[in-house]
Write a protein that binds this ligand. Structure first.
Ligand SMILES: NC(=O)C1=CN([C@@H]2O[C@H](COP(=O)(O)OP(=O)(O)OC[C@H]3O[C@@H](n4cnc5c(N)ncnc54)[C@H](OP(=O)(O)O)[C@@H]3O)[C@@H](O)[C@H]2O)C=CC1
Ligand SMILES: O=C(O)C1=N[C@H](C(=O)O)C[C@H](O)C1
Length: 267
């Protein structure tokens, strides 16, 4: 019998970390082997499962696992990504907000180990990426694109990784480069809207788990594609699914489209 896949969680005390622990423990085919936090964390030593306490010893946690699932913050995850590449530990990265150098570090690490990196692990959002590609190709002229996202008051990056990915999908479908056409918020005498731009609006408040709407506004009609997450288990279950999928890969960079078998040339 194949031994269960050993999964460790980085950011174990966080909102996603706690939900990921629940998601791992629920499955019979995987084992929670470690739970990682930073050295000053108030939850160090807390027991999270049989024989697993939250630790700040990254070396020991990595030694004991096959896959590390990281939902932390870019500055915390980058050293872990380097260490995983060095020790051949596979990774599922859910953290958002990386700059270009951070993304380059992930690509470099994926030459040495297998990594799934996705801004959103829910099946619904990944399906939405496909729908957006189709909608943008049809409404390719005369429709202004605006992306509106809302999250809880604790979120530290904006726009969300998911909103940015939605922008990339739409921009690719329209033959545009998001880096050149994105407009992040408006204020004052903005002038009339440039039809080639893709606008982003961010809302932060309360306990909103994650809402995303892409609006295609034309003359006489508008199309709105909306996804609303009402709980974090949808992300956590997707991340654990990605970890199990990684068991068959040695190295390379993948995303949730690959895990779900949804990849085609455009998304
Ligand atoms: N891809 C997806 O599907 C999703 C992605 N996310 C992303 O996941 C990330 C985390 O979100 P969320 O759980 O809400 O955030 P939290 O702040 O609740 O959790 C982050 C955790 O990481 C801990 N941490 C900080 N530094 C380190 C370190 N060096 N080693 C280990 N742990 C560390 C934090 O500790 P402390 O609080 O003490 O600083 C905290 O417990 C965000 O980037 C978010 O955007 C979220 C949901 C879904
Ligand atoms: O921080 C969050 O909570 C979330 N972050 C992800 C993002 O930035 O897209 C995914 C989800 O919307 C929740």
């Amino acid at each position: 019998m194949t031994p269960p896949l050993k999964i460790a969680i980085a950011g174990a005390g966080g909102r996603m970390g706690k939900t990921l622990i629940e998601a791992v423990v629920q499955r019979a085919d995987v084992l929670l082997s470690g739970a990682l936090e930073h050295a000053a964390s108030l939850v160090l030593g807390n027991s999270v499962a049989a024989n697993v306490r939250i630790s700040a010893d990254a070396g020991a946690v990595l030694k004991g696992c096959d896959v590390l699932i990281d939902f932390t913050r870019p500055d915390a995850s980058l050293p872990l990504i380097g260490a995983c590449a060095e020790h051949g530990v596979k990774m599922v990265i859910g953290t958002t907000g990386y700059d270009e150098a951070g993304k380059a570090a992930i690509r470099a690490a994926a030459e040495r180990t297998a990594i799934v990196f996705a801004a959103n692990y829910s099946v619904g959002v990944n399906l939405t990426f496909h729908i957006l590609d189709t909608v943008a190709r049809v409404l390719n002229e005369g429709y202004d694109v605006e992306i509106i996202e809302a999250h809880h008051r604790h979120k530290i990056d904006a726009p969300s990784g998911t909103a940015l990915r939605m922008g990339e999908v739409v921009a690719n479908a329209l033959g545009r480069d998001l880096r050149e056409c994105a407009v992040y918020g408006r204020e004052g005498q903005t002038g009339a809207r440039n039809g080639q731009t893709i606008g982003f609006a961010t809302v932060r408040g309360g306990d909103i788990v994650g809402d995303h709407t892409v609006l295609f506004a034309g003359e006489g009609e508008r199309v709105e594609i909306t996804h609303k997450a009402s709980g974090r288990m949808t992300f956590a279950a997707g991340a654990v699914r990605a970890a199990v999928w990684l068991a068959q890969r040695d190295k390379g960079l993948f995303d949730m489209q690959d895990v779900l078998g949804l990849r085609h040339d455009t998304v």
